[in-house]
Design a protein around this ligand. Sequence first.
Ligand code: HEM
Length: 216
Amino acid sequence: MNKKKLYLYPLWLRIWHHVNAVLMIVLIFTGVSMQYSDPNYPLIRFDIAVDLHSTSGIFLTISYFIFLLGVLFSSIGRYYLVKTEGFFTAFARQLRYYLFGIFRGEKSPFKVTQERKFNPIQLISYNVIMHAITPFTFITGWALIFPETIVLNVYGYSGIMLTSLVHSIAGFLISIFLVIHLYVITIGPSPTANLKSMIHGYHEAIETEKTEEIEK
Ligand code: HEM
């Protein structure tokens, strides 16, 4: 078994990630408070929740475009490309590991290298969350800040109601992602190893005979 350190999380990405995480958490709490709590006993006072939610949404939009520029024009972009060859087999192997292998003490079948940072499940989930669901939340969010831009009637349904429905579903999916993400990041050489990587930027790669075999 070999251990080596790979610098996979540049400083700008780490700052973006932590800002994004804080904004998302504020958005989830204020969003849940506005949606579910009794107006007489709010989780967060309604007017404060609205202000915090809108302000965080505006900052999240800016932070998203910084991330997008990074993916399009910096070296991290290559980690987000999905190569179809052998993808489904690798995806199934990773899924099997998460569902069974991990509980039997097996090693991860995915070898992190300087060229490939994400296993197939991370690759799909990060792409879907960042390139589909997050844009849905802020586009619908901006529309709700400026409701006059929303089509009033869509096949007999209120455009505002449909926009807020899509907004809530996207927010709900991000909340689910966050719970799964927090669990998955504890899977590593130690429960805090991935968290530390996101702080100092270095991933501790452990190469086993099994990962090397799969790589060949
Ligand atoms: C308390 C909240 C969070 C913590 C502690 C956390 C922690 C981490 C850690 C340790 C990693 C590195 C492991 C890996 O690459 O898989 C990571 C990566 C990532 N996280 Fe989070 N995260 C949080 C919230 C979020 C949220 C809310 C989002 C988006 C909605 C998010 C999106 C991402 C993305 C896209 C990456 C990959 C970044 C890259 O390397 O290009 N995270 N996170």
